[in-house]
Design a protein. Structure first.
Length: 453
């Protein structure tokens, strides 16, 4: 038994139905366009980073376009970087001058984004960086640009830190979180990033952030908010957030109990706009990733990094549109779905999702096979099967172990052979919708093997 404290929790019911969200990383780092960690990676000091603040002017910023792109892609919620590690605030915070209002942009950009997404019916999530490389009281540590990749002697670091006061920074965070939860209506998700207590010699964790006070404040102001698990406070979070990998199985706690989780993913490796990055995933792979997340009982938060002029570039738009095209016909296998009951074994190159309310199984075929897909051990459970994209019936036989012929494999008793068209339907990932029998229902569409000859 762990001595974990117990904390009240937010509302994850909608989250587990909606499954698909948009992450937005947007800040000053969109100007150098070389990763949102650029201050760390290139050890850029405050005075040299200031140029981006002075010139930040997103003249083509139109959050209605972003919101429409997200909605058309099938996304149901979004999470935007209100403040990233660079410390720059997209909103008009009264606790800092380092904010959009004081750049050539000259206004509260966060508010416009929230209004636009809300108008499209998406739920609202805010990312708030615990790390802050601009705040004068944030002690410099192993990740901080000032240590120049830890090349600064420890004594010098200590000397600088003697004039910094994390208690003041904790207060700053509480004030800002209060502001975000007070001035922008109902917030559905708060996404804190991140803790690194293990990083030597001076990583930061829950005591540095004052995580308990943060949680208390949130639960007081907006108790339903979903909080991520990066505050380093066991038992206090609502979701687990694997990053840049897709878990092989559903995620569980240390006692093996399933947890609510959301994988966050990028189209190209970086979160902020990165002009020269070439590792863009294919649209098909992006769609497969979404399916995989839901098939393991999770959500996917797919990231876009808008340009410094304020639009989403064509590479990202192209992938968002591919999601939309696929979701138009297949969202039924994503929304309200989760992993299939354990008894259903996934066929080769396929992923299942399952809707417990309708009792339908969705078989996503990642690699189109020749003539048939074999569903292992499904026995007498199938009532009807159709291709989801056009609702056309797929005939099937359940193997009984009788001898094969030169045209039919003997197969394993209980496996079902589902006949497929030779040509893969014209969709990125075809899906079979399998209506399972309830009780003694009679199956239709089933043909004996010899009738198919
Ligand atoms: C990280 C990175 C970051 C990104 C985030 C998204 O831990 O620090 O730049 O915002 O993950 O999950």
């Amino acid at each position: 038994m762990s001595a974990e404290k117990s904390f009240p929790h937010g509302d994850t019911a909608w989250f587990q139905r909606d499954r698909f969200g948009m992450f937005i990383h947007w800040g000053l780092y969109s100007m150098p366009a070389r990763h949102e960690w650029i201050r760390n990676k290139e050890a850029i000091q405050d005075e040299d980073y200031q140029i981006y603040f002075e010139l930040f002017d997103p003249d083509m910023f139109n959050p209605k376009e972003w919101a429409k792109a997200a909605k058309d892609a099938g996304m149901k919620y979004f999470v935007i970087t209100a403040k990233h590690h660079e410390g720059f605030c997209l909103w008009d915070s009264k606790y800092t001058d380092y904010k959009a209002t004081n750049t050539p942009a000259g206004r509260d950009l966060l508010k416009e984004v929230i209004d636009a997404f809300r108008a499209e019916g998406l739920k609202v999530g805010l990312y708030y960086s615990l790390i802050d490389w601009h705040h004068p009281d944030f002690t410099i540590d192993t990740l901080h640009p000032m240590t120049r990749h830890n090349s600064m002697p420890v004594e010098e670091r200590q000397k600088i830190n003697a004039s910094r006061d994390m208690a003041k920074y904790r207060k700053y965070m509480l004030d800002q979180i209060e502001e975000l939860l007070t001035n922008y209506g109902k917030i559905d998700i708060l996404w804190f990033d991140f803790s690194y207590p293990q990083a030597k010699p001076d990583g930061k964790g829950k005591d540095d952030w004052g995580s308990e006070d943060i949680i208390k404040l949130i639960r007081k102001l907006q108790p339903h908010v979903i909080i991520d698990n990066r505050l380093d406070l066991p038992g206090a979070s609502d979701i687990v957030t694997p990053e840049q990998y897709t878990p092989k199985r559903g995620m569980t706690d240390e006692n093996g109990k399933p947890v609510v989780w959301e994988g966050c993913q990028t189209f190209s490796g970086s979160w902020g706009y990165y002009r020269d990055e070439m590792s863009w995933k294919t649209p098909e792979l992006c769609i497969q990733m979404l399916i995989h997340h839901v098939s393991r009982g999770g959500n996917m938060l797919m990231n876009v990094g808008p340009t410094s002029r304020g639009y989403i570039d064509s590479r990202a738009m192209n992938r968002l549109e591919a999601f939309g095209k696929w979701m138009k016909y297949h969202s039924r296998s994503i929304y309200n779905c989760t992993s299939a009951p354990e008894e259903f074994e996934e066929p080769l190159d396929c992923r299942y999702t399952y809707n417990p309310e309708t009792n339908r199984l969705y078989l996503h075929i990642f690699s189109w096979p020749h003539k048939k897909v074999v569903i292992p051990g499904i026995g007498n459970r199938i009532r009807y099967i159709q291709l989801l994209n056009d609702g056309s019936e797929c005939l099937f036989t359940v193997k009984d172990g009788s001898s094969g012929t030169h045209m039919f494999e003997k197969g394993t008793p209980g496996d079902a052979d589902v006949l497929l068209p030779d040509l893969k339907p014209d969709v990125a990932v075809p899906v079979l919708e399998i209506f399972l029998k309830q009780g003694n229902e009679r199956g239709t569409g089933k043909k004996e093997e010899n009738q198919l000859v």
